[in-house]
Design a protein around this ligand. Structure first.
Ligand code: NAD
Length: 374
């Protein structure tokens, strides 16, 4: 399972560290939903390369990079060198997409990669919807219209072997019909969009609980304050909008009605580091118009939460390739993603999604419901 990472940041580095510690027999499988209960073993995952844009990272070995995120000694089986990624030139500068494509796919070939994990900084983007439009913009070298993730996705589509694109950030890939169509045509698997960790899956399950008891939710307030570079970058409004889109979509899909919400990363506080603070308030109407409310406070180590899910996603990608199932795979996305693609499918509570996932693993053909009209 040769895997390549776009964005060697906190999440990716903790993924490398955790996988190595499992292989070294130092830790258990906590935080990996499927553990070793599936046919593909955790020990067989090989991360063989990564791309980043940070000058302090490019050309350095993995071991040096992870020192910023993990202060104990660790020796990696594959201490790869970080390659230079695709630079965002939308606000100035120039780039030849054809040359970039060749450069990237050459590296994929040399690494014999088949799984691609996207954990770059959350970016602004516009979906394409039409496959022709996306391909035309690429052909015309219109790099101002194409976000880095959309270009990475395209590079994987052009790479000459069946492969998997795991999109852990909000850019619509599994939710963009243009991308899903290309993936199906070119024998590629898409998992996305935006890894579901921390408060969002818990909120989804609380909403399902209240829906089943016919309690009418009045509003949802959810704060997230953290001190890692992800939170720092989300202080930029256009990046935060991308996140808001994926977080708020869950509410409509599960409840079937609109609710006033404030669900977004709300602040950066450096001393909190990776251990973010989450607070939630959900007032609702019960029998005889009684008003109750749920409040939740949590501290969540942000990066390990996503890294544990990626351990499953890499192996599930292998299973999809073996089964020759291509496009956006809903029974997997419904559990692991905030906005599970394809776009016509709803976000559902994670407790329900886990059952879908188990049925899919047993070989059931799962189509999933249609997105509710609001
Ligand atoms: N629980 C979680 O931590 C969680 C959950 C869901 C989604 N995410 C998303 O995962 C992503 C990674 O989170 P993180 O905490 O590792 O962030 P991070 O800031 O530590 O790492 C992001 C890395 O991507 C690099 N990068 C930026 N643009 C790039 C490009 N065009 N090509 C290659 N590399 C590029 C940055 O230099 C940095 O090293 C974020 O977008 C975050 O929103 C995280």
């Amino acid at each position: 399972m040769n895997s390549v990472i776009f964005g060697q940041g906190y999440v990716a580095s903790i993924l490398n560290v955790g996988l190595q510690r499992i292989k070294d027999g130092e830790i258990g499988l906590e935080g990996i939903p499927l553990g070793n209960s599936i046919s593909k073993m955790i020990e067989d995952i090989k991360i063989v390369g990564a791309f980043d844009l940070d000058k302090k990272k490019i050309g350095k070995n993995l071991g040096e990079i992870t020192k910023d995120y993990w202060d104990k000694n660790i020796k990696f089986d594959d201490d790869y060198i970080i390659e230079e990624g695709y630079r965002d030139n939308r606000k100035g500068g120039s780039i030849d997409l054809k040359e970039e494509l060749e450069r990237l796919t050459d590296i994929y070939e040399k690494k014999d990669a088949e799984i691609f994990v996207n954990t770059i900084t959350t970016e602004s983007f516009e979906p394409f919807a039409e496959e022709k439009e996306f391909l035309r913009r690429i052909k015309e070298n219109d790099f101002k219209r194409i976000s880095p993730v959309q270009f990475y996705f395209y590079s994987v589509m052009e790479y000459d072997r069946p492969s998997v694109f795991i999109n852990c950030i909000p850019t619509m890939i599994a939710n963009d019909p243009a991308m899903v169509k290309i993936a199906k045509e070119r024998k590629k698997v898409i998992f996305g969009d935006d890894g579901a960790t921390g408060a969002t899956p818990l909120t989804a399950d609380i909403l399902e609980h209240l829906r089943e008891r016919r309690r009418k939710i009045m509003s949802i307030c959810q704060f997230n304050i953290g001190g890692n570079t992800d939170f720092l970058s989300l202080a930029e409004p256009e990046r935060n909008i991308s996140k808001e889109r994926t977080k708020a979509g869950v509410v409509k899909d599960i409840l079937g009605y609109e609710v006033p919400t404030h669900i977004k990363p709300t602040g950066y506080l450096e001393p909190l580091g990776d251990n973010k603070f989450v607070s939630m308030l959900i007032p609702y109407v019960s029998f005889n118009e009684a008003i109750d409310e749920i409040t939740v406070n949590m501290r969540v180590n942000d990066s390990p939460a996503l890294a544990g899910n990626i351990v499953d996603l890499i192996r599930l990608g292998e299973i999809c390739l073996k089964r020759k199932e291509y496009g956006a795979i809903y029974p997997i996305n419904a559990f692991y993603m905030k906005m599970p693609g394809p776009i016509e499918k709803p976000a559902i509570a994670k407790i329900k999604a886990f059952e879908l996932l188990e049925r899919w693993l047993e070989g059931d053909n799962i189509s999933g419901g249609e997105r509710k009209e609001i």
